[in-house]
Design a protein around this ligand. Structure first.
Ligand code: NAD
Ligand code: SER
Length: 314
């Protein structure tokens, strides 16, 4: 594995709070710096090197990159889809302003950059089933707008300045350590807590609404597999479709019933998040990731459900 010194933005979020520890195990404790807007590191990452950082503050980002001799920036600071519709201006400022800062600092200090895109980069006019790697992208949310623009901007920095930019289009990420931060796929996390506490869940996403999902261990593995991939094999760079499973709420409920037989699912659909979900793919075609950097997820819906229920129960 390459020796790296990594800075993570947005490290106290759902993905960052687990990715920071995963990267520490890969690259060593003194080679990973976690940063986030909040300085409440004791809650999520008490044992990590941590600095407060607002990603919209380019000067501070640049200082930290120089001070810690960073060579790789993992940019996770973002406002997600549902919160983004409440706060579209902030979403633009953080998601795009932050990314421009990360790319400019990376250019000045010759860092590699990993930034996740999302299934939100697609829209109503995108083919819904086995959505191709390269296809129509006209998203209807501000979050999606920033994700498409981010994909294209990262490609631009690679082509124009030779920056080593890479990224995946994550589907909904399911995990039990840190709750999700205001997305449309969050129901697929909340359902497990409700199943264990009340044996019942009321879904804000309607029956029959399929979306791609992935269990956190696969999401973490994807980051390191891609940043360590041989660049000569990468045709795509910044927006690899990756998926592990695709299901609707009732299919997840069926998987939960294999562990909790009397679990009951009902619906109280939220029109805003439902419209977002309806505009996203049912299932992604991730063959480019499989061919170019050997992407291969380990968790399907049943294995993930067993692991989620076992861990939330502890
Ligand atoms: P999250 O909402 O859980 O965490 C985001 C973090 O960013 C939070 O800790 C927040 O404090 C921080 N943040 C917000 N504004 C900031 C600012 N101005 N400066 C610094 N930090 C700031 O999000 P997540 O789920 O961990 O997502 C991480 C990345 O992965 C995002 O780019 C997101 O779009 C992408 N992604 C996530 C999912 C998912 O299901 N979780 C799916 C697709 C893509
Ligand atoms: N899980 C994210 C969301 O729902 C997808 O990017 O916003």
């Amino acid at each position: 594995m390459t020796k790296r010194r990594v800075l993570i933005t947005g490290a106290l979020g759902q993905i960052g709070s687990e990715l920071a520890l995963y990267l520490r195990d890969c690259y060593g404790e003194d080679n990973v710096l976690a940063t986030d807007l909040s300085d409440k590191k004791e809650r999520a990452l008490p044992e990590m090197h941590f600095e407060p950082l607002d990603v919209t503050d380019r000067k501070r980002l640049h200082e930290l990159v120089k001070e810690y001799r960073i060579d790789t920036i993992i940019n996770l600071a973002a406002i997600l889809s549902a919160t983004g519709e409440k706060l579209p201006n902030l979403t633009w400022e953080v998601n795009m302003g932050g990314l421009v800062n990360v790319l400019e600092v990376a250019r000045a200090e010759n860092c590699s950059v990993f930034t996740p895109s999302s299934i939100a980069a697609f829209g109503d006019s995108t083919p819904k089933v086995l959505t191709p790697q390269v296809t129509i992208q006209r998203p209807s949310t501000m979050y999606g707008v920033t994700k498409v623009a981010g994909e294209v901007l990262c490609d631009y920095y690679h082509k124009r300045f030779g920056l080593d930019t890479r990224g995946v289009r994550y589907p909904g990420i399911i995990s039990y350590k840190t709750l999700p931060g205001g997305g449309t796929t969050d129901y697929a996390v909340h359902i497990y807590y409700a199943a264990l506490q009340k044996k019942a869940y009321t879904s804000f996403i309607a029956e029959g609404t399929k979306m791609d999902m992935m269990y956190m261990p696969d999401a973490l593995k994807a980051v390191v597999d891609l940043i360590e991939a041989d660049p000569a094999r990468l045709v795509n760079r910044n927006a690899f479709n990756v998926t592990a499973m695709s299901f609707a709420p009732e299919e997840l409920a069926e998987a939960i019933r294999k562990q909790i037989p009397d679990f009951e699912l009902s619906y109280d659909v939220d029109p805003i998040r439902q419209a977002i979900a309806d505009s996203w793919p049912d299932s992604l075609d991730d063959h480019c990731a499989r061919e170019e950097w050997d992407w291969s997820p380990e968790y399907d819906i049943d294995r993930m459900t067993e692991d989620m229920i076992r861990n939330i129960s502890i």
